[in-house]
Design a protein around this ligand. Structure first.
Ligand SMILES: N[C@@H](CCC[C@H](N)C(=O)O)C(=O)O
Length: 324
């Protein structure tokens, strides 16, 4: 608790132009005012097809973000997020930065596809590189820029073993597991496919994603005892052998406009259950992602990222959480 506050004090007096890793926006301001002192911690508010992302670059500071600080950041005007991507210096040779990912409820996630594209966009703006490697709890994720300004992320290999999802009890065939939920006044959701894309996902196959009230079922399914680490819940409707429509209730974030790892989980589960081929367009409420499950088992996710604005987090964000 006290450590965060002391770290902030060491961080605060830095002059902007002395920071080598500040974002281009701040570099410009530093040039126009040589003696400008850092009074807040810069953040980038971004989105990946509507999935609200805040990127906080701490590669050049001693600060660490706790779950309490993450919740305080989400409550800061202009810094609301579904996921917070915190950048720390790379720990693994060959990687460009390490990322810690927080959901809005302060829980940590192993993976965030949309957030990874947002981080990549910021890092590509810093230099002439056309490839990056980002470190997550789910492993090293390679990213490249496409000719049309989108980003392709190597999301790793899916896992399907019941212990890997994880599930609370053995299921030998995770293409469908026995689970059903629904009151008598609504259609029942049942037999989801499950997959782990670094993080846990359950996919319910339906004829019409709009026929279900995901805001009502989402919390029950996310916290169902079969998922000891909770789960991200998708409703998926196959439109054609290469097109799927999806709505997502995210673990730790609720209904969001898009979820990249869910799009990957849906795509691999659709191919696994012979609903589609291995290359699909996944349409989410916020936009489209192209997912390819390659023959070498690697999943590639391609989509855009967008910067909305740059802001500064007041120092109190960290002090308050340190005192709490
Ligand atoms: N929106 C993300 C997924 C974020 C993490 C998820 N809520 C979890 O807790 O696993 C994405 O784009 O993948």
């Amino acid at each position: 608790m006290k450590r965060l506050f002391r770290q902030h004090l060491r961080f605060a007096p830095k002059i902007r132009h002395e920071c080598s890793n500040v974002q281009p926006f701040f570099r410009q301001r530093a040039q126009s005012n040589e003696r400008q002192v850092v009074t807040g911690i810069p953040f980038a508010k971004m989105n990946g097809i509507g999935n609200e992302i805040v990127v906080l670059d701490l590669r050049d500071s001693d600060l660490k973000v706790s779950p309490e600080a993450a919740r305080a950041i989400a409550a800061t005007p202009g810094a609301h997020f579904d996921q917070l991507m915190v950048l720390y210096p790379a720990r693994t040779p060959g990687s460009d930065a390490a990322m810690t990912i927080f959901n809005i409820d302060g829980s940590e996630s192993e993976a965030c596809g949309n957030g990874t594209r947002c981080v990549a966009m910021r890092l590509f703006e810093e230099g002439a590189k056309d490839r990056l490697v980002l470190e997550t709890r789910a492993g090293l994720l390679p990213v490249r820029k496409t000719d049309d300004g989108q980003f392709t992320v190597g999301m790793g290999k899916p896992k399907f073993g019941w212990q890997d999802i994880p599930l609370a009890e053995p299921f030998h065939d995770t293409r469908y597991i026995e689970l059903q939920i629904g009151p008598i006044d609504a259609p029942i959701l049942h037999s989801p496919s499950v997959a782990n894309i670094g993080n846990p996902h359950a996919i319910f196959w339906v004829d019409d994603v709009e026929a279900y009230d995901l805001a009502r079922f989402g919390p029950l399914l996310e916290n169902h005892p079969i998922f000891p680490e909770r789960a991200n819940i998708s409703l998926a409707q196959v439109l054609s052998p290469d097109h799927i429509r999806v709505k997502v209730w995210e673990r730790g974030a609720g209904l969001t406009k898009a979820c990249g790892s869910a799009a990957c989980a849906v795509a691999v589960s659709a191919a696994r259950t012979k609903r589609t081929g291995r290359k699909v367009l996944v349409s989410l409420p916020g936009g489209d992602l192209f997912i390819e499950w390659r023959d070498d088992d690697q999943i590639l996710m391609t989509g855009p990222a967008e910067l909305e604005h740059i802001g500064e987090l007041p120092a109190e964000t960290f002090e308050d959480t340190a005192a709490a």
